[in-house]
Write a protein that binds this ligand. Structure first.
Ligand code: KIV
Ligand code: ZN
Length: 391
């Protein structure tokens, strides 16, 4: 279902019919400070991601520890019917470890920005370029799919970035990913960068990998796709280093419901996937988080509740069931008659106008005291009001 019908918009967007969802919850997501999944937890998440319908699961960084290698291998050997990817720096040891893990694809990377080359790798641009080419060639010799990322691409010299992308494609890379490693892009700049880099990719899939340091990861990912990228790296709930990565559920929902682009994701499983990752990572879902937050489809104010009861699309862009969520009508100081009537009806109470007014008054009194009206409180209010009306 396309929810914004306006031909004018269609004219300014050139969108692919389909976008690959490359999930990196188990690699970049696990790099969130303080998170470390066990092998069993990784397997549970991988199974859920496969059920969800992502195109690729980046299961981890096999060279980082023996336990990680074992976990990635277990996922790769699980027969999930989805591409399993292992991360590797641009050296033979890392690539060998990823091969040991039996992955379908290797995500090879090396820094492209001068700041990373100078202060992290202590390499010249030429040395990094050579290492990238050799790594891609080496991985390709082993018959796996190779995706290459020039790390910190968005702070790299543009001409150097172009040369690096063109060179790894010539060396055999199947896909090229453009990481906004420290989240410094804006949607307009992202569009420019992807358009600039596309010719260097020579028809290979170009991907975006956006971090959320300025809260723009999802917007930048969408912008990159509007410019011609055909894959987005995402994590469930947007977990990841610092402020995280582009959130899978937000990117997918925007593509599917706003832009009519297919992702292969079963959107009705988004909420349960989000809950699972929240539980296993120990990172709570903020209530106001788009798509999967507890308030994403909650309504309290009288005007909104009235509208939503008559037609949910008055104040909801999509039906909550489309992402596995449920609508919640919340009672509090902003409630109106319709909200109370709805709650009475839902709980099997009478809905005559006198009762509605008495209950509404009490609900507002609760709200004015800064209290939440839970179902239990509401039942007490109703019983009390019924008694008062009888007297
Ligand atoms: O953010 C980043 O640059 C990465 C790379 C490993 C691709 O996660
Ligand atoms: Zn990253």
């Amino acid at each position: 279902m396309l929810i914004v019908e306006n031909k004018l918009y269609d004219e300014v967007e050139s969108l692919p019919e389909r976008v690959r969802i490359f999930d990196t919850t188990l690699r970049d997501g696990e790099q969130t400070a303080g998170i470390s999944f066990t092998k069993e937890q990784k397997l549970m998440i991988a199974r859920q991601l496969a059920k969800l319908g992502v195109a690729s699961i980046e299961a981890g960084f096999p060279a980082s520890s023996p336990g990680e290698l074992e976990a990635v291998k277990a996922i790769a050997n699980e027969g999930l019917g989805v591409e399993i990817v292992g991360l590797a720096r641009s050296n033979k040891r890392d690539i060998d470890k990823a091969l040991d893990a039996n992955v379908d694809a290797i995500h090879v990377f090396i820094a492209a920005s001068d700041i990373h080359l100078k202060y992290k790798l202590r390499m010249t641009r030429e040395e990094a370029l050579r290492a990238a080419i050799e790594a891609v060639e080496y991985a390709k010799e082993h018959g796996v799919v190779v995706e290459f990322s020039p790390e910190d691409a968005t702070r790299a010299d543009l001409k150097y970035l172009y040369t690096m992308v063109e060179s790894v494609v010539d060396a055999g890379a199947d896909r090229v990913d453009i990481p906004d490693t420290v989240g410094v892009m804006t949607p307009t700049r992202m569009k420019y960068l992807i358009r600039y880099i596309l010719p260097a990719a020579k028809g290979r899939i170009v991907s975006v990998h956006c971090h959320n340091d300025f809260g723009l990861a999802v917007a930048n990912s969408i912008s990159g796709i509007e410019a011609g990228a055909q894959q987005a790296h995402v994590t469930v709930n947007g977990i990841g280093e610092r402020a995280g990565n582009a959130a899978l559920e937000e990117v997918v929902a925007a593509l599917e419901f706003l832009l009519n682009v297919r992702t292969g994701v079963k959107t009705e499983l988004l909420y349960e996937t989000s809950l699972l990752v929240s539980k296993l990572s120990g990172i709570p879902i903020p209530p106001n988080k788009p798509i999967v937050g507890a308030n994403a489809f909650a309504h309290e104010s009288g005007i909104h509740v009235h509208g939503v009861i008559n037609n949910p699309f008055t104040y909801e862009p999509i039906r909550p069931e489309m992402v596995g969520q449920k609508r919640r009508i919340v009672l509090g100081k902003h409630s109106g008659r319709h909200g109370v009537e709805h709650a009475l009806k839902t709980l099997g109470y009478p809905t005559h106008p006198d009762l509605v007014l008495v209950v509404l008054k009490k609900v507002k009194e609760y709200g004015d005291k800064g209290m939440r009206v839970t179902e239990e409180e509401f039942r007490k209010i109703v019983e009390e009001s019924l008694r008062e009306l009888e007297e």
